[in-house]
Design a protein around this ligand. Structure first.
Ligand code: GSH
Length: 213
């Protein structure tokens, strides 16, 4: 699909935040309505003036909307996709659902996704010396402990719930799923006693939006 007059996703294959957007699009059955442009993060394409003009924080994903606006932040992009396309809601329909899903998405992001990312970038080799220009291993290892506490929190939550928020599949599940995938990539295993979290992840991995892209 051409990138003119259509929605365009700037992404980097294999990276967890862009994968959240692929999953949201798959859930809405809208992957074929979007053009995809690969950003070469390993060769610093996301730190070019051209890319900063799209997203001043220099991260993927970025989505160019039908109106030609550039959206960054996976949650904001997901909200746009959710409102634009038909299909099951990822952000909730009733006021209480919307509030709870937003809250739980942010918990999954802060307690798992962002904590894992900080561990990865600060306390491991991360993306390598060309990209990791500032590292603080103490901060990274502190975030590793936060991530482990996040795992325990979600394990308890999922003891009696099929989904992270509002008894329905949502962007909160997508964020937690890719937060755990990132953790595995970074060498952070889910402790074996966290059986509810492990079982939830296994069940989620069968879902088409995660397995088909
Ligand atoms: N809060 C942002 C995080 C985006 C982010 O950190 N993306 C990573 C890839 S998963 C990135 O672009 N990393 C580039 C770098 O670390 O230089 C979101 O929700 O989209």
């Amino acid at each position: 699909m051409s990138s003119e007059n259509t929605i365009t996703l700037y992404e980097t294959t294999g990276f967890p935040n862009p994968a959240r957007i692929r999953a949201a699009l798959a859930e809405k059955n809208a992957l074929n309505q979007v053009a995809f442009i690969e950003v070469d993060v390993m060769n610093l394409e996301h730190r070019s003036e051209e890319f900063y003009a799209k997203n001043p924080t220099g991260t993927v994903p970025v989505l160019r909307t039908l109106e030609g606006e550039y959206l960054s932040e996976s949650t904001a992009i997901t909200e746009y996709i959710d409102a634009l396309f038909d299909g099951p809601s990822l952000t909730g329909t009733t006021p209480i659902e919307r509030g709870v899903i937003h809250m739980m998405q942010r918990r999954a992001e802060s307690m798992v996704m962002d904590a894992v990312a900080t561990y990865f970038h600060h306390a491991t080799d991360g993306l390598g010396p060309a990209l990791e220009t500032y590292q603080c291993s103490e901060w990274g290892n502190y975030q590793k402990q936060r991530a482990l506490a996040g795992f325990a929190y979600f394990n308890k939550l999922l003891e009696n719930n099929l989904y992270v928020a509002a008894n329905t599949f949502s962007m909160a599940d997508i964020t937690l799923f890719y937060g755990l995938a990132f953790a595995e990539f970074a060498g952070l295993q889910i402790p074996s006693e966290l059986t509810h979290l492990i079982a939830w992840r296994e069940t989620m991995s069968q879902r088409d939006c995660f397995s088909a892209n």
